[in-house]
Write a protein that binds this ligand. Structure first.
Ligand code: G6P
Length: 371
């Protein structure tokens, strides 16, 4: 049953390994034979969705990072300006909201007080609120105008994994749905992205089969006092998430940075032997890939130990990497779905090696129901 660990040492590890199933369930029944996308309960009319002139995504912790990932895809597909903000910051700065603002509240539990207070405020200002949530019938979806359930199944470990990956899936589906309603993408373009999404469970399965590579790396790095994560574009929020997992679970100093920001400060932190995870965007027609490689070169020249996550077949990264973790080949906007998996495995394993309680890290709660 869901409350059993099924032979795993931790719920977290079990939930990481449940991700192929969780993603499959999150996608189930979304794309009809006629090519139309369908979401769970969207009680906002298509006319109202066409009038939306701004999207504000709010959440806390890991949920905030799925919102940051969403921004790259949602703006690209819908051309609607999209902001992402921590729910508690949003609530108390007197945000500008109108009836044409769509507030998207992301919460695994549906009970996070900061997020709940923020949606109450948004609705008082007549904004429309859509919840992305994993817990049926919880408070946040009940108080929203619409909801997309993530269907990940119960998440027990405090650190979110299958909750996060399915939040990203729901965000992509929302972006495609808005693009469908507003006519900013053709049906076959939407279908092509849905096909890529349907390949994700198989891709994640392949990554999980190689977990031992990541565990060996965790053994190697188990004495590291600090770890940095670099990403750019959609890989940037995954750098933040990789660092959050180490703070939460391993209690070590970990930070994620946008690679382009290195020269504006973080590069001063680099010293001999500092492990830096570098998430390399797929090779495309843009310059993201080349720019990421030069960032890796910069930190390596200063003695960093580079752990490079790059798509399989990317032969260029070899000369920049102390360790390469290869990722399945997916479109740039979807890479977060596969880039996060090795980072989850690393956090879980490192915390295990350090003797920490992975499922119940010190000072943290699964769902923070007080402001
Ligand atoms: C707590 C948990 C985090 C989670 C955050 C938001 O801080 O420890 O793992 O990301 O709350 O939770 P929610 O249920 O709103 O997604």
């Amino acid at each position: 049953s869901a409350a059993e660990k099924d032979g795993y040492d931790w719920f977290m590890r079990k939930e990481i390994f449940e991700q192929p199933r969780a993603v499959t369930d999150a996608l189930l029944g979304r794309h009809s034979e006629t090519g139309r996308l369908q979401l769970d309960e969207v009680r906002i009319s298509e006319d109202e969705l066409r009038e939306v002139d701004r999207i504000v995504i709010i959440g806390c912790g890991t949920a905030n990072y799925s919102g940051l990932v969403a921004k790259y895809a949602v703006e690209h597909w819908t051309r609607v300006p999209c902001e992402v903000e921590l729910a508690h910051e949003f609530r108390y700065r007197d945000p500008i909201l109108t009836r044409n603002t769509l507030v998207v509240a992301i919460s695994q539990s549906g009970e996070t007080a900061d997020t709940l207070m923020a949606i109450r405020h948004a609705r008082e200002q007549n904004a429309k609120v859509l919840a992305i949530c994993n817990t049926n019938g919880s408070t946040i979806p009940r108080e929203s105008d619409a909801v997309i359930y993530t269907h990940a199944g119960p998440e027990i470990a405090v650190a979110s994994t299958k909750g996060f990956i399915t939040q990203m899936i729901a965000c992509y589906l929302l972006g495609l749905y808005l693009a469908q309603v507003r006519g900013t993408m053709y049906g076959d373009e939407i279908a092509a992205v849905v096909d890529e999404l349907r390949r994700i469970p198989g891709h994640v399965e392949g990554e999980l089969a190689k977990a031992e590579e990541v565990y060996a790396l965790a053994r190697d790095l188990s004495a590291a006092p600090a770890v940095l994560f670099l990403g750019r574009h959609a890989g940037f929020p995954i750098a933040l998430e990789g660092a959050l997992k180490l703070k939460e679970l391993a209690y070590i100093h970990a930070e994620g940075f946008a690679a382009g920001e290195l020269k504006h400060g973080p590069i001063a932190l680099v010293e001999d032997g500092l492990p830096i995870f570098c998430i390399v965007p797929p090779r495309g027609r843009d310059q993201l890939h080349a720019k990421m490689l030069s960032a890796i070169q910069e930190v390596r020249a200063r003695g960093a130990r580079t752990i490079v996550l790059a798509e399989e077949g990317d032969t260029e990264v070899g000369s920049y990497a102390d360790t390469v973790l290869s990722l399945p080949r997916v479109p740039t906007l979807l890479q977060p779905l596969v880039a996060v998996v090795p980072l989850q495995l690393f956090g879980c394993e490192l915390a295990t090696l350090l003797g920490n309680d992975v499922d119940q890290p010190r000072n943290l709660a699964k769902s923070v129901t007080v402001e």
